[in-house]
Design a binder for this molecule. Sequence first.
Ligand code: MLT
Ligand code: MN
Ligand code: ZN
Length: 300
Amino acid sequence: MARLTALVLGAGAGGGFPQWNCNCPVCALAWAGDPRVVPRGQAGIAVSADGENWLLCNASPDLRSQILATKALHPKSGSRHSPIKAVLLTGAEIDQTAGLLTLRERQDVAVYGTPATLAALADNPMFGALHPDSVRRRALSVGETVSALPGLSMEIFTVPGKMPLYLEGENPEIGESAVNVGVELTARDARLLYIPGAAGVTDAMRERMRGADVILFDGTLFTDDEMIALRVGEKTGMRMGHMPIDGPDGSLAALSDLTARRIFIHINNTNPVLIAGSSARQRVEKAGFEIAHDGMEIVL
Ligand code: MLT
Ligand code: MN
Ligand code: ZN
């Protein structure tokens, strides 16, 4: 019988790994072809309960090459076909939505997002290239359970975060709202959570995580001031809506008591967990967490 399957299309954060203009110590290893690091595309997963129909969670700018690299997503029959039947957007960041433009050839696909996320798409005329007869936008409310695909139900939930970078203004509020959500995907009794951006873990999230088999969680930065320390940015992770992995307010501590399989995704190119054998990687692995890589298959 078919099982709940998730394929990691991309495990990197916005910009991917290595990032086109970055020579930070981690990217430098990638540019040099060091075998301790493996390049990663921008974050997204594909999920199916029957192996035939697939839901994308986010559509990154790397989507076309991610489809090429993933046999399950290739056309299977007739002159026009795609196993991709739906896309769920957890926010309207560029690295979550720009890949929709790759799906613009009049193929039937449903695009789900909160009203706030769909409003960001509606405000950008470029997404008008997605013909509304084929690419149907469906508003999802927090707490509403919908059948996304045969055998697969989904429910979104709020996660502390912020507006997309290109909309945020000077001092964005970082908190819980429908601009940043996580999604729970259920097939029979198998449960997977996809939470690629989180500025914190609420009690409600913790409760939900206790019932999950697998949690794909925000692994953007290892330390909150990592980009400042490397002089490649001026913002902390928290200011970007991403809690760090390490430290007293980090995800390693916050998720330490869970029994679910815990996998970090949306990993920024500066994050030393990308280096096999690094002390950061060893810490994470000793604590029982995994580091996602492109092509990773999770079967429940
Ligand atoms: C983020 O995750 O903070 C955003 O994707 C930032 C970006 O678009 O570069
Ligand atoms: Mn991002
Ligand atoms: Zn870098």
